[in-house]
Design a protein around this ligand. Structure first.
Ligand SMILES: [Zn+2]
Ligand SMILES: [Zn+2]
Length: 370
């Protein structure tokens, strides 16, 4: 009898979960859609016990739902199988199949992928949108890439700046990668892997027109590696025409991405600028009575803090020209336009949003006043 309150509480909890069946948490990642496209939040590089990770594939699905992701891929090393003696699995598609089954009642896309794993100079690459992982297992790396292409895969170069494979901590584009790019067998590059952002990888992406990627490459738990440290996992935002795997694939081949790691944004100008424009919403704009000081309220609708700097000819009244708008919060700017205007262009530089090495995004908002 004395356990009764506990059982009532347990029953209430079960009922609540049965009705809601949502796993979203307060740490949900949020980014707005951009004109013409749906913004898909993806983490396309992850591991489980089916290669050198430490969790079962179902855990990856649960983590993704808690982070409010739209898409994940479990990219097990095809060739590196340290748990093989304990978990024999001749079929390299099992990790994908288990995640797919777990996600079937949820709004989460699972993309079939594998990590093709070699020493430098070939390095590691993820092939996603594959049909059969087993067929990509080849002795020669060239054959693995050839098979991935045959299956229609989107392939990206993983952690090209990883010091275990490149002791300078800089990516080295070898003849192997040049050949793959030329053959249409390598389409993207990680500029952010785990917590590492390499400007040199961004330079390679721009030079060779590779799709910009950011991934967690998680092996342990997202909660331990990121959330518990007060940070978010890196993601790739993909701007897709529709919320389908086909649209996602088209967008990745077309290079419509921005890599995000907390307040760091990295993307090509044509994708990053519209994202930032949609990320800061003008809630209010009006002149302070009897003055030529324009009061503008801006809301950051993303889950990332945004660091900004005034780039206008006008200066601010009682505000630093450099300021941060925390995730989900608003800020009021007082702009000294010297006379009352009908139209004002608000111009801000996003200090941690890079469109090229050492070059930050500059964004305009047109404000019309009555
Ligand atoms: Zn790797
Ligand atoms: Zn990996």
């Amino acid at each position: 009898m004395k356990f009764q309150p506990f059982f009532i509480a347990l029953f209430a909890t079960i009922t609540l979960f049965a009705q809601e069946h949502t796993h979203k948490s307060s740490r949900a990642l949020e980014f707005p859609n951009v004109p013409g496209y749906i913004t898909l939040k993806t983490d396309l590089h992850q591991h489980t016990v089916f290669s050198d990770g430490n969790v079962w594939p179902t855990i990856r699905v649960g983590e993704a739902l808690r982070d409010n992701l739209d898409v994940i891929s479990l990219t097990e090393h095809l060739e590196y199988q340290p748990h093989k003696a304990d978990i024999p699995h001749p079929d390299r598609n099992r990790s994908f199949e288990l995640a797919l089954k777990e996600a079937k009642d949820h709004d989460l896309m699972i993309i079939h992928g594998s990590e093709i794993t070699r020493q430098a100079p070939m390095g590691h690459s993820n092939a996603i949108f594959i049909e059969d992982a087993n067929k990509i297992l080849h002795n020669e790396a060239e054959d693995a890439f050839g098979e991935a292409k045959k299956q229609g895969a989107f392939v990206f170069w993983n952690h090209p700046a990883w010091y275990a494979q490149s002791p300078t901590g800089n990516p080295i584009l070898s003849d192997f990668q040049k050949e793959r790019i030329k053959n249409g067998e390598l389409h993207g590059i990680e500029v952010i892997n785990v917590g590492d952002y390499a400007e040199e990888s961004l330079a390679l992406a721009l030079e060779h027109n590779l799709t910009i990627m950011g991934t967690s490459d998680i092996h342990g738990l997202i909660d331990w590696e990121y959330v518990g440290k007060g940070i978010d996992r890196p993601v790739t935002l993909v701007f897709a025409k529709e919320r389908t795997p086909e649209s996602l694939q088209e967008a990745l081949f077309a290079g419509r991405t921005v890599a995000v790691f907390n307040s760091l944004f990295v993307g090509k100008k044509e994708h990053l600028v519209p994202l930032l424009q949609a990320s800061l919403v003008i809630e209010k704009a009006e002149y302070i009575d009897k003055t030529s000081i324009l009061e503008v309220s801006l809301k950051n609708v993303t889950s990332s803090d945004l660091m900004l700097e005034n780039q206008m000819e006008y200066t601010f009244y009682s505000s630093s020209p450099v300021f941060t708008i925390p995730a989900g919060e608003s800020k009021t700017l007082n702009i000294k336009t010297l006379e009352k205007k009908d139209k004002v262009t608000l111009t801000l530089k996003a200090l941690s949003a890079y469109v090229a090495p050492k070059e930050q995004a500059v964004v305009n908002w047109e404000i019309t006043l009555h």
